[in-house]
Design a protein around this ligand. Structure first.
Ligand SMILES: [Zn+2]
Length: 282
């Protein structure tokens, strides 16, 4: 689709040269092609699912933001990978499965980069982040006043919201969120954070084009069928929902021009570099 503009431009340019009596200048094709390639290159946001509620988002200029890194082997039976070096970190709330254990005093690996862990605004290269005041789903998080920040990221013309462990959205939340193209929300088969009905209400009110469930049990990374406690798998939540796309990958690129017409649920694989604590070599 993107090639239509530049090729029309080349055609018109050739016609102009022909009318002026000059030979068709082939060099004109070069900048047009280069421009087209650049547009394809810069047009999208790369979404990478690490695991649980942790994502890496990459912008056209190569800026990278990490959202909600989990603490290794606490509640979850797997390790946060080494070598993740984002340009900024976002933390929706101070639970260990979202803040890498920072609130509980664990060593925090990303002290040298900007951090947003509450309401506010952050610019990282060509990424704009807006933190909006939310509230953790009941009954959890009373030890920190149930604060939870809704993170809205504008990247390549796409508005992405990560809800953390928020409860049902209020009218004020919805107003402040505004248009959301891509919604990352907690969902699982046992209503751990939100019930099925609550997630359906959120999807009806926000009307995102791409829905990314997160914060569910990843059975291949867990050693015991009972862990983590009270967290369900995603399949029961997906069972009666339409337009489910299993990506068979932990990464995808979205462009504002090719968001799905019908709301689609994207189910990522967790990143292959996330290893279960029980795996040999760890
Ligand atoms: Zn959580």
């Amino acid at each position: 689709m993107k090639h239509h503009g530049p090729s029309r431009f080349v055609g018109t340019a050739h016609l102009v040269w022909w009318l002026l009596g000059f030979p068709p200048a082939l060099v004109l094709a070069a900048p047009a092609v280069a421009q087209s390639a650049r547009q394809d290159e810069v047009g999208g946001v790369e979404i990478e699912y690490v695991a649980h509620a942790a994502f890496l988002l990459r912008s056209p200029d190569g800026s990278e933001v990490l959202i909600d890194p989990f603490q290794s082997r606490v509640w979850l039976g797997y390790d946060f990978p080494d070598g993740v070096n984002p340009d900024a970190v976002l933390i929706t709330h101070p639970h260990y499965d979202h803040d890498a254990g920072r609130f509980r005093g664990a060593e925090f690996p990303w002290t040298g980069v900007p951090l947003l862990d509450g309401p506010g605004r952050l610019e990282v290269g060509d990424i704009v982040v807006l933190g909006l005041e939310g509230k953790h789903a009941d009954p959890y998080g009373k030890e920190f006043g149930q604060r939870n920040t809704l993170m809205v990221l504008e990247i390549a013309g796409i508005r992405i919201a990560h809800l953390g462990d928020n409860g049902p959205l209020t009218l004020r939340n919805l107003e402040e969120l505004g248009r959301i193209d891509v919604l990352m929300l907690p969902a699982d088969g046992v209503d751990h954070i939100l019930s099925k009905e609550e997630t359906s209400d959120i999807l009806r009110s926000v009307e995102p084009r791409v829905i990314i469930p997160m914060h569910y049990r990843l059975p291949d990374l867990e050693d015991s069928p009972d862990s983590p406690s009270d967290l369900g798998e995603i399949d029961p939540w997906l069972a009666d929902r339409g337009n489910v796309r299993r990506l068979s990958s932990h990464r995808t690129v979205l462009r504002v021009t090719d968001l799905p017409e019908e709301p689609a649920i994207f189910v990522f694989d967790h990143a292959p570099y996330v290893r279960s604590a029980g795996m040999p070599g760890r």
